[in-house]
Design a protein around this ligand. Structure first.
Ligand SMILES: NC(=O)c1ccc[n+]([C@@H]2O[C@H](COP(=O)([O-])OP(=O)(O)OC[C@H]3O[C@@H](n4cnc5c(N)ncnc54)[C@H](OP(=O)(O)O)[C@@H]3O)[C@@H](O)[C@H]2O)c1
Length: 307
């Protein structure tokens, strides 16, 4: 039975594909540019852009489970409109193809809270995908810790560059980061879950300030002095992140907006179905940093080259 992975070039998708192959599945990926995809040879590659109706639907033919790991944050200010359209197109194409199950990885954030545009958009995508005829399994996660995660990259570069940080006061809000390896385990196992929404998080609930301090400690850097400023708006913060890191401001802005929302697991129903030993935050950070050093040594551009 074929399993389809959309977003296969992304941070999560590129890790999920080899894991699914290891589980013995036939894996098909949907990518926008076939020539830029350097995944495993055993994968069937279909080229298509989900925003272009008529150009991607064949990817859903004869598929039992598909993973929805697409988002458009890198596309800039109109990411909500793109993500809305992408979800509509996929819900329609997957339903018409008779897909049995769709697994979507979305964002954590309390219902009823004033969610940031980014989190609202992730929630809207969930609602649109729920309109299809397949069974939908949604996993909601906060920041995922791993090399290449935009959120974690901001943390890594900030503590590397700034001994003193002025931050929005939301830096005192709590979040529940999760190791990318644990996310991949949940996604692999998600195929056996009854349809519904499940929240996933790591074993540590931390404020954003604690996350910065603990990442600094694990990296062997000086603990940053964090000064929350009530007047530092998200807009200013994202310009500031853009100045001191090479994280694209279009990606930084929605992520920083999201700091205003506490993102912790309220409903741990998933533990009734999937029992995994969660990776402690410090271990996840150690692994992410080790992987970052390896990929940099292998020739990827480094922070120093960018600045
Ligand atoms: N990273 C985190 O910390 C985190 C935390 C919580 C939840 N999540 C969720 O996890 C999911 C995956 O996130 P990620 O961090 O892996 O994202 P990512 O690295 O930015 O990858 C996004 C993927 O979407 C693809 N894509 C974008 N627009 C597309 C289109 N029009 N047609 C086809 N493919 C398109 C991109 O392909 P191209 O290579 O062609 O651009 C890329 O493969 C998202 O739903 C996100 O909300 C992530």
């Amino acid at each position: 039975m074929t399993v389809l992975v959309t977003g296969a070039t992304g941070f999560v998708g590129s890790r999920l594909v080899p894991a699914l192959l290891q589980d013995g599945h036939d894996v098909r990926v949907l990518v926008r540019d076939r020539t830029a995809y350097d995944g495993p040879d055993a994968v069937e590659v279909v080229e298509g852009d989900v925003l272009h109706v008529g150009q991607f639907e064949e990817a859903f033919a004869d598929v039992t489970t598909a993973y929805y790991l697409i988002h458009s944050m890198k596309a800039g200010a109109d990411f909500e409109a793109r993500d809305r359209q992408a979800a509509r197109n996929v819900a329609r194409a997957a339903s018409e193809a008779g897909l049995s199950q769709l697994v979507y990885l979305g964002g954590l954030g309390e219902e009823g809270d004033e969610l940031s545009d980014h989190l609202q958009s992730r929630r809207e995508v969930e609602e649109i995908l729920a309109g299809g005829t397949y069974e939908l399994v949604t996993l909601r996660a906060a920041i995922i810790v791993g090399d290449g995660s935009a959120g974690f990259e901001m943390v890594r570069q900030l503590i590397r560059r700034l001994p003193v940080m002025t931050t929005p006061r939301w830096v005192r809000n709590e979040c529940q980061p999760i190791a990318v390896s644990d996310v991949i385990t949940y996604l692999r196992e998600a195929r056996s879950l009854p349809p519904g929404t499940y929240e996933i998080g790591g074993p540590d609930v931390l404020t954003y300030a604690e996350m910065l301090r603990r990442t600094a400690r694990v990296s062997g850097k000086r603990t940053p002095i964090i000064v929350p400023l009530p007047l530092l708006t998200p807009q200013l913060s994202s310009y500031w992140v853009g100045l001191v890191t090479n994280v694209d401001w279009r990606v930084a802005r929605p992520l920083i907006d999201g700091l205003a929302n506490p993102v912790i697991v309220q409903d741990d129903r998933i533990t009734e179905y999937i029992d995994i030993e969660l990776t402690p935050f410090d271990v996840a950070v150690e692994r992410a940093l080790a992987e970052h050093r390896t990929t940099d040594t292998a020739g990827r551009r480094t922070d120093e080259q960018v600045k």
